[in-house]
Write a protein that binds this ligand. Structure first.
Ligand code: FB9
Length: 493
């Protein structure tokens, strides 16, 4: 039992009480923190009862602490004036910024004066003075209550400020004892050998005690949200597309999607082209001819783009700019399977765009894509499946804005009203794949494909409250944020 505990218990045992633990601590010459630890432990065993008190007390400003230490400005001024007086410059030299206030108060107190005709020479008019101010600051510092007039004066001179201090009022608790028996927490060999185990008192087990925080690994937020979104797709009957090829040919990334070869996205400002292997030799001849055909002169009711389509442009290898390239591969494969069977596919994987890095954009992000391929699908079906998908993400209020993609017509940007952010957020893009894309693949007439896409980073940033995408990756990921951020169950805005 610490001496501090002993003296507190003795004080209470002798009928004393502790109305204010702060002044009790300073009366014992210990810090309030030390006393607080003892109070907490005694209160835990209800040996003492402590009531939290928040008091507003006047505390000295730093300026006042200076005066407490070395005297009030007026007192310091007087101390600096030799019997023969001193010039203001000399005094300024000695007292610096407090000269003026010192002069003003000293003059007011008639402690100083000036020689006739020489306003610069400051003369003492008294030998000794009582430094009222320093006295008042001392008394205040020792916790004494000063008169309102003095308090107002100190307040006016900005020497004191109100400070909320919390302390405790203590009195005997229901389990009060004058001397606390050290409760044993274990039976040790020593106890057994010494036999004093017989009259040992054991500490109750605190079954409510928190276990040691176990440092475990955490799922990267992106992968956490990826899993959530994957579950939504699986629940909606979608199958994952194989996306294990970051390197793609321009053919599947652009041409197969009916994206013309002179489209701005196809130049290196937007796309990472490969130096080695710079080109692919694995394109499917028959299909390639059909794609060339539809680009050059259309067909299937389309007039095409009417430009001279170049094979070597389509053979250029790149880092895929969207997982829609994978959708094209899967739809082509599906078209080869006779008879046609409707399909629901999704993909969630990295795509690469040569974009300026900023708070929400990196040169790569994870694209989420969903598509449904079936006879007679309409824009209404697309809107319906988007309502269903985003409602499972907790986004019920959607709005659609007409948009343009080279590979879908009609196309729509998707907006959702975000209750937390109190604004409409763009949550994705969507559309119906063009016949110029689908029919050259060999998909039957009447089969339509509705599709949509969004990023994984944006929802993860919003759900984890991360405002800079760079904090999502690499060494700057703040583990505390992940630890402390309960898995934000999608759907629970
Ligand atoms: O993710 C996006 N926004 C978003 C998504 C979810 C979300 O959830 C919150 C919890 C509430 C919040 C925001 N966007 C798409 C919208 C914008 O962020 C946009 O500025 C940035 N977009 C990326 C592309 O940037 C160049 C996000 C990315 C994107 C855009 C379009 C597609 C995929 C990803 C697509 C597509 C598509 C269209 C038709 C057919 C097939 C695929």
């Amino acid at each position: 039992m610490s001496d501090l505990e002993a003296s507190l218990l003795a004080h209470l045992n002798s009928g004393g009480d502790v109305p204010d633990s702060r002044s009790y601590a300073s009366s014992l010459g210990v810090t309030h923190k030390e006393l607080e630890d003892v109070i907490k432990s005694l209160a835990a065993f209800r040996i003492v009862e402590s009531k939290d008190i928040t008091k507003e007390t006047w505390v000295l400003t730093d300026e006042a602490k200076g005066y407490l230490a070395s005297g009030s400005p007026e007192a310091q001024l007087l101390a600096a004036i030799p019997p023969e007086g001193a010039s203001k410059d000399v005094l300024k030299e000695k007292l610096g910024s407090i000269l003026d206030i010192g002069m003003k108060t000293a003059a007011k107190n008639k402690w100083i004066g000036f020689e006739k005709g020489n306003k610069d020479l400051v003369l003492r008019k008294v030998d000794t003075i009582k430094d009222e101010l320093q006295e008042q600051l001392k008394r205040l510092e020792s916790g004494e209550v000063l008169s309102d007039k003095v308090i107002d004066d100190l307040k006016r001179r900005k020497l004191i400020m109100k400070e909320k201090t919390s302390c405790y009022a203590l009195k005997k608790g229901p389990q009060f004892v004058a001397k606390r028996k050290k409760l044993a927490t274990d039976v040790t060999q020593e106890h057994l050998r010494s036999g004093d185990w017989k009259d040992l008192e054991f500490k109750d087990y605190n079954f409510g005690a928190q276990g040691q925080p176990i440092s475990v690994g955490y799922v990267q937020p992106l992968l956490e949200v990826r899993e959530e979104i994957q579950n939504i797709f699986l629940q909606m009957g979608f199958t994952e597309m194989p996306t294990n090829n970051y390197v793609e040919s321009s053919f599947w990334n652009f041409d197969a999607l009916y994206q013309p070869q002179q489209h701005p996205a196809r130049d290196s400002h937007d796309t990472f082209f490969l130096q080695a292997p710079a080109t692919t030799k694995q394109l499917i001849e028959a299909y390639l001819e059909k794609v060339k055909e539809v680009h050059q002169c259309g067909g299937y009711g389309s007039k095409g783009y009417g430009y001279d389509w170049k094979r070597d442009e389509a053979e250029k290898n790149l880092l895929r700019t969207h997982t829609t390239a994978v959708s094209a591969r899967m739809l082509y494969k599906l078209a080869q399977e006779k008879p046609f069977a409707p399909k629901r596919y999704y993909s969630i994987d990295r795509v690469f765009r040569n974009e300026a890095v900023d708070r929400t954009h990196l040169a790569e992000f994870h694209q989420i894509e969903g598509l449904i391929c079936d006879y007679g699908l309409t824009l209404g079906d697309l809107i319906g499946v988007l309502e269903d998908f985003f409602s499972r993400l907790g986004m019920s209020k959607l709005r659609f804005k007409p948009a343009y993609n080279p590979y879908t017509e009609p196309s729509m940007e998707i907006f959702s009203y975000h209750e937390g952010l109190k604004k409409w957020v763009e949550v994705g893009n969507s559309g119906m794949f063009r016949p110029e894309m689908l029919l050259p693949m060999g998909l039957p007439e009447g089969v339509n494909v509705i599709a949509w896409g969004l990023s994984l980073e944006r929802p993860t940033m919003i759900l984890y409250g991360i405002d800079n995408i760079r904090d999502l990756f690499g060494p700057k990921v703040d583990f505390n944020l992940i630890k402390s951020n309960p898995l934000c169950r999608l759907g629970l805005q």
